[in-house]
Design a protein around this ligand. Sequence first.
Ligand SMILES: O=C(O)C1=C[C@@H](OP(=O)(O)O)[C@@H](O)[C@H](O)C1
Ligand SMILES: C=C(OP(=O)(O)O)C(=O)O
Length: 450
Amino acid sequence: MSSHGAPIPMTSRKGAALRGEAHVPGDKSISHRSLILGAMAVGETKVTGLLEGQDVLDTGRAMEAFGAEVVNHGGGEWSVHGVGVGGFSEPENVIDCGNSGTGVRLIMGAMATSDIAVTFTGDASLNGRPMGRVTDPLALFGTQSVGRTGGRLPMTIVGAKNPVPVRYTVPVPSAQVKSAVLLAGLNAPGETVVIEKEATRDHTERMLVGFGAELSVEDTDEGRVITLVGQPELKPQTIIVPRDPSSAAFPVCAALLAEGSDVLVPNIGLNSTRAGLFYTLQEMGADLTFENMREEGGEPVADLRAKYSPDMVGIDVPPARAASMIDEYPVLSVVAAFAKGQTVMKGVKELRVKESDRIDAMAKGLRAAGVEVDEGPDWWTVTGLGFGNVEGGITAESRLDHRIAMSFLVMGLATNKPMSVDDGGPIATSFPIFEGLMADLGASVTRSNT
Ligand SMILES: O=C(O)C1=C[C@@H](OP(=O)(O)O)[C@@H](O)[C@H](O)C1
Ligand SMILES: C=C(OP(=O)(O)O)C(=O)O
C-alpha cells in the first residue's frame, strides 16, 4: 500500500540513452532541520530550495502545530516564523510524521525539554521503527515516554519540566539520534555533550552554529565530542538548501547503467559525511567525474557527470564509509548486479531498521531478477553478472520505502526484461519529481497502466 492513497504500480525498461541535466530537489536532511531550527529561532527564517517532499511537508505541519508559522511562498521559497527555544506550545492533536524517521526523531528531541505532552504517530512503516534509540537518551533529560511494545509509535512524549543537561555516547551510528539529543539540549541549562564513535552527517552541528548556538566539536580517542551550551537565543537565518546527494544517486546510477548515457547532475553537496557512494562508484570503475568543484555556504559542491560505464567491477566497500552512504546501499546493490565480480557491503546493520529492512527488500528483488545475493545480520554481498546478463522481468515490493522503489526502477533501465514495483507512491516522500526528471532524461520509467 502507498502511504498516501492507492498504490501506484510503476515499470521501467531498457531504451534510449539518458542525456541532459538532472536538477534534483533540495537536501532532505537540511530541509527538515531548516524548518525545525527555524521554528526554534526568534523571528523569521527564510528558506530557498526546500525539498517539498511529503516527509518535509509533514515536519512543516508539525512545526505549525507547535505554534510556529510556516509559509510557502511558491517556487521553493518558504519562511518560518519561530517561537524561540522553549517556546513550543502543546499541539491540540496527534502529530503524524508520515513515513519520516528523521522528522519524528528530530521533533521528539526538539520538544523533549519543554513542559508539554505530545503524541506521535506515522504510517505502517514508521510505526514499525525503533524509537527507544531516541527515548533512552531523552529520559536522561527527565523526559518520559510511553509507546507500543518495543518502543514503537504511536507514542506519547512528556517533556521534562526541569530538564538537566546530559552527556551521552550514541550507541549506533545515527545522525537522527545525535540530532535529537542536541535539539533537546537546546532547552536544558548548562552543557549537553554528545559523543559519536563514528562520524555521521553533521548538518545539525553546522546549522546550530549558523543559528548562533555555542557549539564545539573535538575529535578525541573517544570519538567526535560535540558540546552544546543550552538555552541560547537562536537567530533566524537565510538558508539556501543544497541539492540532495542521496537523490542525485538515482540519475547518476541510471546513467552508469543505461547504454550510451551522459548525464550532468549539477550543484550537488559533497560534504564528506554524505558523499561515500560517489567515491565507491569511482572505485568500481564508474565514469563519474566531479566538475566545477567549488565551495558554497561553507560546503564543497560539484556538478556530477555520469556516463555509461559497462566495465565496472565489484569491490569491498570500506565499512568505515557506511555512515556517509547509508541511504545509498540499495541503489549501489543494483549497480553491483551489473558489475563484474562480487561487491561486499559490511557494517550496515542500520539498513535493517530503515523504512523497510533494506537488505531483505533488495535481496528478495535482486534474487527474483536472477542475481545472487548473500546476507548476514550486518553485511551482504551481491555477485555481479556483467552488463547484458541481468534478466529482470519481475515486480518487486517497495515496502513503503522510496529508496527501494527508485532502486528497482533504475535497475529496469538495464535489465533484459522490464522491472516493475508494486507501488511508486512512496517516492514522493523524498523525490516528488522523480518520474518527470527521469522522463526528461529520456528514461522509460512510467506508471504501469499508462
Ligand atoms: O539525520 C538525518 O537527516 C538522516 C539520518 C540517517 O538516518 P539514521 O540517523 O537513522 O542513520 C538517514 O538514513 C536519513 O535518511 C536522514
Ligand atoms: C532512511 C531514510 O529516511 P528516514 O529515516 O528519515 O525515514 C531515507 O530517506 O533513506
